[in-house]
Design a protein around this ligand. Structure first.
Ligand code: ATP
Ligand code: MG
Length: 335
């Protein structure tokens, strides 16, 4: 079977409560029925704006928090039906790396102790052996064995993220779920960590689910990309196809926002106005429609009229402050 991870109909809902009695007044549909696979040895990029449900999808699919609905298969078996032993094996085989390397380490533990912690949790009682394995893995993430005796505050952000990768890899997993692994780092350090990730992927034969809001990052490392919007996946495909020929208007807007050295390309840039709507009361129909440049056929509108402008102002602006109507037409018609 090609898919290591198969996610079907995954939903995660949270109650919206009010007042001291926490009366339930609504439901947040944080993840609302998503489907995707992560194939063996590939990197799937999961991209979307803040609040689109990326982190929720990650914790739900790993059953760090039980999902409201849906099935997740890992290596053919359904995670929700694991017994205790199987769940423990899964906890070894699928690891998660978080955004902020500062908060993911206990400041009172040495880096080596933190990196080795999963070994203790999974029953390795021999401290010398843990130490040996730790000293072996640190150089593989670009740290020195001596850095095992340092404390987290003595490492830079990039070094801490390297240590976080060492900790995630120490149990020799098959799948890494990385939630914004480079967002907290300087751009130059981001590139180093992304290169390291690709190297580690080959060396450890890993499948990666890489969560990010940065199109540059997915373009760099992902084989395929899934685009999330307000709890749903609106588009999924091979990275090059998605960048060259995005199908969904939301993806088109994301792609158009990537900085490009081509001066003509600037004219086609579409910036989405407003935030992702409240996940407790998502728009009816297509969830993207209140912000979608393609929602109203341009031929139905007199572009000079205020009515059109006010509608347009709600959801779209073309790169320059003045709305460039030609490029908006191009974008809509190109679809
Ligand atoms: P970001 O890019 O900011 O990390 P995200 O795509 O990871 O965003 P999530 O953190 O998954 O988004 O949140 C999705 C939605 O679910 C948001 O509306 C958020 O407020 C809501 N949400 C997430 N966790 C909870 C929770 N424990 N209780 C209630 N609502 C939650
Ligand atoms: Mg998140």
């Amino acid at each position: 079977e090609k898919a290591l991870l198969s996610v079907r109909g995954l939903k995660q809902q949270y109650p919206v409560t009010e007042g001291p009695l926490r009366r339930e007044v609504g439901t947040i549909h944080a993840v609302d029925g998503i489907n995707f696979d992560v194939y063996r040895g590939e990197t799937l990029g999961l991209i979307g704006e803040s609040g689109s449900g990326k982190s929720t999808a990650a914790t739900a699919l790993l059953h760090l928090e039980d999902p409201t609905a849906g099935t997740v298969r890992f290596d053919g078996d359904e995670i929700g039906e694991y017994d205790r032993t199987e769940r423990k094996a899964f906890r070894r085989r699928a690891q998660m790396v978080f955004q902020d390397p500062t908060t993911s380490f206990d400041p009172r533990m040495t880096v080596g102790e933190s990196v080795a912690e999963p070994l203790s949790i999974h029953g390795m009682t021999d401290a010398d052996r843990r130490r040996a394995i730790t000293e072996d893995i640190l150089p593989r993430v670009g740290l020195s064995a001596e850095q095992a005796d340092r404390y987290p505050h003595e490492l830079s952000g990039g070094q801490k993220q390297r240590a976080a990768l060492a900790r995630a890899l120490i149990l020799n997993p098959d799948l890494l779920v990385l939630d914004e692994p480079v967002s907290a780092l300087d751009v130059s350090v981001q590139a180093e960590i992304l290169t390291l990730l690709s190297d580690l992927q080959a060396e450890f034969d890993l499948s990666l689910l890489l969560i990010t809001h940065d199109m540059g990052v997915v373009r760099e490392v992902a084989d395929r990309v899934a685009v999330m919007y307000l709890g749903e996946i609106v588009e999924c495909g091979p990275t090059e196809d998605l960048f060259r020929n995005p199908q969904h208007p939301y993806t088109q807007a994301l792609v158009s926002a990537i900085p490009t050295p081509d001066p003509d390309a600037k004219k086609r840039r579409v910036t989405l106005r407003g935030d992702v709507p409240d996940a407790a009361s998502p728009p009816s129909g297509c969830r993207f429609h209140p912000r979608c440049p393609a929602v109203i056929p341009p031929e139905n509108y007199d572009f000079e009229q205020d009515e059109w402008r006010s509608v347009m102002d709600l959801w779209v602006a073309v790169s320059d402050d003045d709305v460039d109507l030609d490029s908006l037409r191009t974008l809509v018609v190109a679809r």
